[in-house]
Design a binder for this molecule. Structure first.
Ligand SMILES: [Zn+2]
Length: 170
């Protein structure tokens, strides 16, 4: 699997996440769009995804996707990259349901994940302990990190994501 193939799986994965979250929390949100953008990576940590409060767009960091996929493939564990995408996307989606506080969002994400997956599943382990368990070379950004939202022009809007929504965050 390469980065383009991984990106193509994402709209369907998002639909699954919406069903999964609804099963557990009874909440669902429409009117979201997804964008890919290169938010870089640094030794101080990286941001896997973003949701703008009050906005309608979830962003995924393509640099992190590419680097983590490469890392997973090199360790002959490519499916861990898909688990990473599921985890990050669910985290950002749960933000979009109104859980804006970072700690609360992590707790709710972990709760939902435990209801859906066995306790020893990689997605559950990521939700409990962070992605560093699987990607020890890369540090996830601290929760209070200040991050400049990328400019709209650098965002690649994902086709087929949450059909019926064309709202664009500005
Ligand atoms: Zn968050």
């Amino acid at each position: 699997m390469n980065i383009e193939e991984l990106k193509r799986t994402i709209p369907e994965m998002f639909e699954r996440i919406r069903r999964d979250v609804q099963k557990v929390l009874g909440q669902r949100r429409a009117g979201l769009s997804l964008g890919f953008v290169d938010m870089g990576m640094s030794p101080q940590g990286f941001v896997g995804g973003m949701f703008f409060s009050g906005g309608t767009m979830i962003l995924m960091n393509t640099r992190a996707l590419r680097v983590l996929l490469e890392d997973a493939v090199n360790r002959e564990n490519p499916e861990i990259a898909e688990y990473y995408v599921y985890h990050v996307l669910m985290h950002e989606y749960i933000h979009s349901l109104g859980y804006l506080d970072e700690r609360e969002c992590r707790e709710v994400t972990a709760y939902v994940t435990h209801e859906l997956f066995p306790h020893n599943h990689p997605i559950t382990i990521m939700a409990d302990r962070g992605i560093g368990v699987y990607f020890p070379r890369f540090i996830y950004a601290p929760e209070n990190i200040a991050f400049e939202p990328p400019r709209d022009g650098s965002i690649e809007l994902v086709k087929g994501f949450d059909r019926g929504s064309t709202t664009y965050f500005t």
